[in-house]
Design a binder for this molecule. Structure first.
Ligand SMILES: Cc1cc2nc3c(=O)[nH]c(=O)nc-3n(C[C@H](O)[C@H](O)[C@H](O)COP(=O)(O)OP(=O)(O)OC[C@H]3O[C@@H](n4cnc5c(N)ncnc54)[C@H](O)[C@@H]3O)c2cc1C
Length: 560
């Protein structure tokens, strides 16, 4: 196994359930233990962009963002990105999965088949404030015994009431959705998070790996980077990948490990295509200039990178109890941490965004005359609205005075595609990451429509007397101004997928077959977000867990 990331830990735990299998996990990052910010839900965002537990990547200049570069962290720790992410738990829509099934000609990836794996991965638990959540979630669509604990935010603020009231006051545009994880995502409702009932982050490291660690047939090697996949033989042009080369430092010794059955690569959407290319699996035209011998010419490796653009829109509000109150008062922050330590409750047990909305463009939008609709279908959103009770931004620091509300607008079904390519043949050099954020006029159009929708949202009666004014360029009513504001302020929701995309057996393009084995190779399977052929209109972790659960069954079946 390469990595104990989100998907990697699921595979390690599920395969080691069978005592006949012997599993070695090689993870580049350190242990997740004793990292407070990885445990306290409210503090999770402080681990990004640059910390000891992230791959501290930066993108190539983004044309759609006026040539800005932006930080592009990924988890570098047991649990991978599930240990550092913001814990939002959304599966995606029925159409997202049915499209996976259609493009792979494998009904096993359809919504109806994958619901089993979504439920298998999760366990719906009460929120930390133990309030009744009747009407805030539909327990019938959730798992009851899975490893990842999923709950609603445990700290309800006055702003939550305004958001929910808006779904009644403006119900035509913002209808209430009791559970967006039912397959029908559209509307606005309560956010579910990968947070336990005791107020801890539930990651693949804590939920899957830790309980499996005592098994004799599971070994986990940390702080060890796989530098190359080695083909041990080649028959009729089909290489067999039966070895991996590892190193602990750039100049340190290289060691080899043998796999008796298969190598499972779960390095994530950036490192998986990087490692494939370093190993001679990729587009030969890109590998040759780096003096890398092509072992398998797969042109799609590193292509098709798809991510969600993120924009934080701010309003000055008439309040003194937004997140700024905590940010500006160290004593209060210490008290809240002490409360979390003592009881696992309070603001620090809550990741911080208690509602999410998903919306489609009107079907008669003029943009569809110029561009095809990139969304998976009528249950998938074009954009997302994420209200937050305070100032949130990845490009600006919180103003020194004033209190704020944020509505994050994200493009949920982007059209543009980017790439991950090598900068050099050195495995310790960062790859060139181009997520092509807002790279298509379609995506800019959607972002502008999302901004306008967010502005209409706070015009509901529920916000009267509360909203004082929009900040900066958000005040403009001219689309081109809003587009320019978006180009200057958009970053990422950290959801890259698609760089080793799965296609049908008969399709010559793509990187893996529907059983996740690398096309044209033997002994090498990929299980992580990179195989998703399209980005789901959702935050991506729940989809990755479900994918990995199914992959574990495919691997077990292949070797039983
Ligand atoms: C800051 C941030 C916030 C996010 N917020 C959310 C959210 O709120 N909700 C949500 O649904 N999704 C969120 N996501 C996205 C979600 O976490 C990812 O889609 C998902 O975790 C990806 O899983 P993965 O298994 O593909 O990769 P990862 O979990 O990233 O795992 C990859 C693993 O491979 C290891 N690795 C890489 N290269 C090597 C190598 N050469 N040798 C050995 N090990 C290697 C890495 O260290 C890592 O542990 C967020 C992501 C980030 C980064």
């Amino acid at each position: 196994m390469i990595s104990a990331g989100t998907a990697g830990s699921v595979i390690a735990a599920r395969l080691s359930e069978n005592p006949a299998f012997s599993v070695l996990v090689i993870e580049a990052g350190p242990s997740n233990q004793n990292i407070l910010a990885a445990e306290v839900p409210f503090l999770g965002s402080t681990l990004s962009p640059n910390s000891a537990v992230t791959w501290n990547y930066t993108t190539a200049p983004q044309i759609g963002l006026n040539n800005r570069t932006i930080p592009y962290p990924r988890g570098y720790v047991l649990g991978g990105s599930s240990t550092i992410n913001f814990e939002v738990w959304t599966r995606g829509s029925r159409d997202d999965y049915n499209r996976f099934a259609n493009v792979t000609c494998d009904s096993g990836w359809s919504w109806d088949e994958m619901v089993h794996y979504m439920k298998k991965s999760e366990h719906l638990v009460p929120p930390t404030d133990n309030r009744s959540v009747v009407g805030e979630v539909d327990p019938s669509v959730h798992g009851k015994k899975g490893p990842v604990q999923v709950s609603l935010g445990g700290f309800v603020s006055g702003v939550d009431r305004r958001v929910i009231d808006t779904t009644r006051e403006l119900d035509c545009e913002f209808p209430y959705n009791v559970d967006m994880n039912s397959g029908y995502t559209l509307g606005l409702g309560w956010t579910q998070n990968s947070v336990s009932s005791k107020g801890f982050r539930s990651s693949s490291a804590t939920a899957y790996l830790a309980p499996a660690m005592e098994r004799d047939n599971l070994d986990v090697l940390i702080q060890t980077r796989v530098t190359k996949l080695v083909a041990v033989s080649q028959e009729n042009g089909v290489p067999t990948f039966g070895q991996v080369e590892v190193a602990q430092t750039a100049t340190g010794p290289r060691l080899l490990f043998n796999a008796t059955k298969e190598v499972v690569l779960s390095g994530g959407s950036i490192n998986t295509p990087q490692l494939l290319q370093l190993s001679g699996v990729g587009d030969s035209a890109l590998l040759a200039p780096l003096n890398i011998t092509t072992i398998l010419n797969l042109g799609d490796v590193g292509k098709n990178l798809s991510d969600h653009p993120f924009l934080a829109n701010h309003w000055l509000v008439n309040s003194t109890s937004t997140l700024e109150k905590v940010a500006r008062n160290a004593t209060l922050a210490a008290d809240l941490l002490a409360q979390w330590n003592a009881t696992g409750t309070g603001l620090f047990s809550d990741p911080g965004a208690n509602q999410i909305g998903w919306k489609r463009l009107p079907s008669n939008s003029s943009i569809f005359q110029q561009y095809p609709d990139p969304s998976a279908g009528p249950t998938s959103a074009h954009y997302e609205l994420l209200p937050v009770n305070g100032f949130v931004s990845f490009v600006e620091s919180t103003p020194a005075t004033g209190f704020f509300s944020t509505i994050v607008t994200n493009v949920a079904s982007p059209l543009s595609r980017g790439s991950v390519t090598l900068a050099s043949s050195d495995p310790f050099d960062n790859p060139i990451i181009d997520p092509a954020l807002l790279g298509s006029p379609f995506d800019i159009y959607v972002m502008v429509e999302a901004i306008k929708s967010a502005k209409r949202f706070v015009e509901a009666p529920a916000w009267k007397g509360y909203i004082i004014q929009a900040l900066g360029a958000l005040n403009s009513t001219i689309d081109e101004d809003l587009a320019e504001y978006a180009r200057n302020s958009t970053t990422t929701v950290f959801h890259p997928v698609g760089t080793a995309r799965m296609t049908s057996y008969s399709n010559q393009d793509g990187v893996v077959n529907p059983d996740l084995l690398v096309k044209g190779a033997s002994g090498l399977r990929i299980v992580d977000a990179s195989v998703l052929p399209y980005i789901p209109a959702a935050h991506t972790q729940a989809c990755v867990y479900a994918l990995a659960e199914r992959a574990a069954d495919l691997i077990k079946a292949a070797w039983s």
